[in-house]
Design a protein around this ligand. Sequence first.
Ligand SMILES: Cc1cc2nc3c(=O)[nH]c(=O)nc-3n(C[C@H](O)[C@H](O)[C@H](O)COP(=O)(O)OP(=O)(O)OC[C@H]3O[C@@H](n4cnc5c(N)ncnc54)[C@H](O)[C@@H]3O)c2cc1C
Length: 403
Amino acid sequence: MAALHTDPVTAPFSEGWSEPGADPVLILGGGLIGLAIAHQLARRGKSVLVLSRRRSEAAGFVAAGMLAPHAEGLGGPLLDLGQRSLGLIPEWVAQIEADSGLSCGLRPCGIVVPFATAAERDAYPTAGFGLALDRAGLEREVAGIGPTWRAGLLFSQDGQIDNRRQLMRALERACVALGVRFQEGSEVLELLQAAGQLEGVRLCRADGNETTLPVRRAVLACGSWSARLLPGLHVRPIKGQMLSLQGPRQALRRVLFGPGTYLVPRDDGLLVVGATSEPEAAFAAGLTPLGQSQLQRGLASLLPEAAHWPPMERWWGFRPGTPDGLPLLGASAITGLWLATGHYRNGVLLAAISATLIANLIEGGDAADAALLAPFNWKRFGPRAGSDQETMAAGLAALSAGV
Ligand SMILES: Cc1cc2nc3c(=O)[nH]c(=O)nc-3n(C[C@H](O)[C@H](O)[C@H](O)COP(=O)(O)OP(=O)(O)OC[C@H]3O[C@@H](n4cnc5c(N)ncnc54)[C@H](O)[C@@H]3O)c2cc1C
């Protein structure tokens, strides 16, 4: 384990960031996925430095924190990955809580998905994993649910975690406690490679100075911004707006996952209402009247009484989307650079398994991991998804066109 530094968040590079011979790993991006990987590597005794442009812009501080592979109706390899991650989460959270001394706010509270008709309910892709509810069952699980909803599915295995107020902070604290070094305010500008091997990164430090950092092993975990460093990568932002209200404690016991709007009740009665999905917004910052009124309408339909609860906060962020909604996990076209990005709307759910799989890969990996990771390989988008100039141009054009 690396020695604890007195101020790991602001330590200058000139002090060095790894023990001699420690074979360090650089994490590009200090959002949820970067932190989860840094934590896992530090637990395995690796020397780790996290370069983070701005922690506050991370989707990890934006998300609703649903752990919802079944309620989201996932399928195929994504459902499999999500279920595996869900299974890892209790132990993963216990590790973070032990390392940080902070609670992560995990609530295995179950999620209810409401439908207008029983036929819609029965056609839901993950219906076989849930308990079918009629109107009476819905009212039992969600007191005060709106009259439109006549049927439902209860996924008692799904749940939530308070990523915004608890998990992110606990992960940061756990990393620091294990000796992970942070350079907050450092923007990676370029990946440096020679003959296909990662050789380092060029970056702009918090003081505005540019510098290069030699490194042969790094993980690209820049979320929605990942394609700026590897423009051939098929990752683009899908903006989401959120709001929260203060409800009475226990007013809503389950997460309520409606079409277009969901309600996530925290332990203290805070109700998180999400989320818009705005691919056309690209990286446009800020709230919009249209987005916020969409959330208010969804709230009034799902739980009419909550429309009168006092408003608390409004915020937005960017989901790292991919064309097929699956993350990009595993080796890249550059030796020594691993991809951990494109987690779209399931990054909180998938953080635990992403951290484990990427840490395993950096340590060599095995055949079982390779099989699990195969559907998430960047090559699935075709031969153009490399790092050559033509692909970069195409990637940038697609990004700016909002494709
Ligand atoms: C509105 C909304 C609701 C969501 N709800 C859920 C949910 O309920 N359940 C769920 O599982 N998931 C949810 N998600 C998805 C989840 O938040 C993301 O998938 C996840 O946070 C992605 O993590 P990340 O680390 O890849 O990216 P981020 O958390 O966005 O972190 C990326 C970090 O990289 C940094 N960075 C970028 N470029 C550079 C650079 N060049 N140099 C240095 N640093 C850089 C950024 O500053 C940022 O801090 C939601 C997302 C949104 C936006």
